[in-house]
Every structure is written in C-alpha cells, then in structure tokens.
Write a protein that binds this ligand. Structure first.
Ligand SMILES: [Ca+2]
Length: 319
C-alpha cells in the first residue's frame, strides 16, 4: 500500500497538469513575431558574430518556449556553427560581400542583414548631445531664431544640466524656456543629406510647464513631417498618442529615398513602434526645433541625444 501512494500521487499530479494545460490553452500566448538580434550588422572578414532569435506573442511579450528555429544563410557570406537553435554563431567568409541570415519558426521568419567588410564603418555620421557646450548659453552649433530677444529675456534654447532625469548619454541637454505670451524658442541646423537614413532623438517636457514642442525635418524649405508634442504631452504626429510629461521619450525618423518613405517610430522598452509615415521625395538636410509659449505661464522642454545614421553603411534596412 505504501508503494502505491507515490504512484497515486503521481497520477493525481499528472492529471492536474493535463487539466490545467487544457484550461490555460485558451488564453495561452500565440507565437506572433520573430526578431533576430542584431538586425543589421557589419562583420569583419573571417570574424564571428553571434545572432539570437527572440519570439513574441500577440501582446508583444517575450515567449520562452517555441518550436526549433531553422536558420538559412545566403550563399557566399560564410557559415554558421549550427543551423538550428535559438543562438547561432556566424563566421564570415574571406570575401567582402553582403547578404541575409534568415530564421524560421513554424511559418514565421525574421531576417538579419550582414555585411562582410574589411573595415567596420561607423554608420553614425552626425550627432548632437550638447555635452561640449557651455551651460546657460545658446547651443553654439545651432542658429537661434530671435536670438537678440531671447538673449535679453534670458529665454530661448539653452544648454542645461539641471533636469530631474537624464538619458544615459551625458549630463547636458538643450532646455528651452519661454515667457508667458513671449516669443517661441526656435533653433535650426543643417545636417548631412543621407538618401537612406535614421535620425534618433529624445525629448522631455517638464511637468506642468510643457508647451507645444516641435522637432521637424526639412529639405531646404520643405517640411517633410510635422512632428510635435502638445504641452500636455500628446504626440500629434498623426493620431493623438498620450505620452505624458516628466520623462524622456525617444523617437526616430527613418527614411529611404528609393521607396519614398519617411516613418516615425517611438521606442517603448526595447521595441520601436511605428507612429506615423509619409511620402517624401527628398531626404532631410535641415532640422528645426521649436518650443511654444503659453499665454499664462512660463514653459520649458528639452531635447537631447540627436543621432543621424547612414543606413546604407549597415546594409539593407530590415522592415
Ligand atoms: Ca546630452
């Protein structure tokens, strides 16, 4: 009888597991998308690079358990240490070339673009983080609109280091201030014109002090997309999206002159969410920032960590 107890207990546990399996099945996460990390990469000839596949459910949550991934590599790129599993190690061949690494799980696929190169080229070709600028002054590399007015009023776009939170790229940011019924804070700069590019940036609006904050890519005098955030923290690039104030939000513009698309993404956790898209015929060559003035109070907001990447240096962009 004593020997029977573990057996009976075991059966009860098994049946319970099967039963809960049935119950939870209806709600269980469904494998919806795959991602290879990294997605765009340069690898030196004969060197190695690790790639990982991650799977997400219908809610965008990570799925730990899924069917065996199957990897495929374009001919001539190099080889993998194995062609299944969630992690593979790619060894580049000895020829400069480019191509794709693909992974499949059930009927889903994800692709990474690999460039085999003799020298790694940094795709970051321009950036502004306001770190080497003088605090309290106008950002020296930008043209300030109505600078005489703002100089006298002590307002406008200024380099600052006293935000309650920072993003991890240094200490200083551009913080604008406007007086009630004052002039807008506006500044602009030219940037290298890239046919296939990405511009990342982060913005912050002070709680209860926000005003309309615009960051706009132009081709000469042509506005390419009207990106702005309301004083209360609503993104207004297409439909209204509530962001809030008192924290940093990171966005990117991404464009390709060949496909005539410019897309706006917002970073949420580690995922880039498409927020808007538009058709363009020219790449941006100018950036324009404006911070509005509220009629009743002083307003403030910040921008930092603006980075321009040439995506052609990374290989074909992954859609
Ligand atoms: Ca900075």
């Amino acid at each position: 009888m004593k020997k029977l107890i573990p057996v009976v207990l075991g059966l009860v546990v098994c049946v319970t597991i099967m039963f809960s399996g049935c119950i939870f099945q209806a709600k269980s996460p469904v494998l919806t998308s795959l991602e290879i990390t990294p997605t765009n990469v340069q690898v030196l000839v004969n060197e190695t690079q690790e790639f990982i596949v991650t799977a997400y459910d219908q809610k965008g949550n990570l799925i730990e358990e899924f069917a065996e991934p199957v990897w495929t590599l374009d001919e001539g790129l190099g080889k993998l240490n194995q062609y299944k599993g969630t992690k593979v190690i790619f060894t580049a061949g000895d020829q400069v070339t480019e191509g794709r690494l693909t992974v499949a799980v059930d009927d889903l696929i994800a692709t990474a673009n690999i460039k085999v190169v003799e020298e790694i080229v940094d795709p970051l070709i321009w950036f502004e983080s306001f770190e080497d600028e003088q605090q309290g002054q106008f950002p020296a590399k930008w043209t300030i609109i109505n600078d005489t007015f703002h100089q006298e009023a002590g307002t406008g776009p200024r380099v600052a280091a006293d935000l309650p939170t920072t993003i991890p790229d240094g200490e200083q940011v551009m913080l604008y201030t406007t007086k009630p019924n004052g002039k807008k804070a506006e500044m602009e700069t030219t940037i290298p014109e890239i046919a296939h590019g990405r511009l990342e940036f982060s913005v912050y609006q002070l709680p209860d002090k926000g005003s309309n904050l615009g960051f706009k890519p132009y081709y000469n005098d042509e506005l390419l997309i009207n990106f702005w955030i309301s004083g209360g923290g609503d993104l207004r690039v297409s439909e209204t999206i509530k962001l809030g104030t008192g924290q940093w939000f990171t966005f990117r513009f991404e464009w390709n002159i060949e496909t005539k698309e410019l897309k706006v993404y917002q970073k949420e956790n580690d995922t880039w969410i498409l927020r808007a898209e538009t058709e363009i015929t020219n790449a941006p060559n100018r950036l324009f920032f404006d911070g509005g003035s509220d009629k009743n109070r002083e307003s403030s907001g910040a921008i930092d960590n603006i980075r321009l990447y040439n995506l052609d240096l990374l290989g074909e962009d992954d859609e």
